[in-house]
Design a binder for this molecule. Sequence first.
Ligand SMILES: Nc1ncnc2c1ncn2[C@@H]1O[C@H](COP(=O)(O)OP(=O)(O)OP(=O)(O)O)[C@@H](O)[C@H]1O
Ligand SMILES: [Mg+2]
Length: 307
Amino acid sequence: MPVIIASSLSKTYSPKSRHAVRALDNVSLQVQAGEIFGLLGPNGSGKTTFIKLLLGIAFPTSGSGTVLGEPLGSTDVKARIGYLPENHRYPPYLNGEQILRFFGKLTGLESRLLDRRIDEVLKQVGMEQWRKVKFRKYSKGMMQRIGLAQALLNQPEVIFLDEPTDGVDPLGRKEIRELIKHLRDRGTTVFINSHLLSEVEMISDRVAILHKGKLIREGTVESLTKDGDQWEITAHGDVHSVQMDLEARSIHFHVEKERITIIVPDLQEANHVSDLLRSRGLLIESMQQKKHSLEDFFIKVIQDEDR
Ligand SMILES: Nc1ncnc2c1ncn2[C@@H]1O[C@H](COP(=O)(O)OP(=O)(O)OP(=O)(O)O)[C@@H](O)[C@H]1O
Ligand SMILES: [Mg+2]
């Protein structure tokens, strides 16, 4: 049974006004237990709206869904999930520990357990030495860590993270990635919104791309970036002896002094070309598969959609 099911979810803000915004348009997807799922999309594509519908904070205009088997908006399920909102602001006059105590009580955690959990989550997010410092004195990255700690308090079965590494320095981002993977390894399902593609690529089991409220791609990072893989061969020697052959076969290449770099679409073609190069006495320096990054793929699909 999938942990998250969205069936044709649509959301129009202010539907009756002239300023109606169709933020989500018929989005269907499923997230399985124990996976890290990354929802990607340009600014304003509907990522936060989607999380809000799943959490029952905003309500769909049409469509339906379930989280942990319960219909969207169910109150009981809220005790079993964690949520790090985007751009959260906690009361500036509370310190980290007080913020966590406040949210822990809202979740209904019994006070002895809560004290223990506060210690544990502060440690998990590396904020132990800042627990007595007021929120208003926190840096952006510290605010984000406390937000993450808050989302972890109740040991959620599913955790929703809206831009979890926003404003966090590179080392802190790595720590957060490790933490997210650790959660997944313990069986927690993780739903992440992000536009930091390289980061999502590093940790997500599956991703989906939203564009103007529509789901335009979905799959494992590998399956999405696999198409368009190319092979690159570099060789040196008498490059002029092969140029005409390559041109005749419409193969892309680039010459710099004695060195030639050739791009072909697949391994078979790469082997044909290397045979040709060798037969003309060129020395092959390297032959490697050029993987497309998730970022390359993302930019390409968004540009294709906009065209
Ligand atoms: N409460 C609201 N009232 C009216 N329009 C809204 C509201 N919240 C979001 N929108 C609009 O809905 C669309 C989707 O917004 P959303 O915040 O879901 O995008 P997002 O993908 O999370 O963007 P970002 O990457 O910038 O966080 C945008 O056009 C936004 O202006
Ligand atoms: Mg957002």
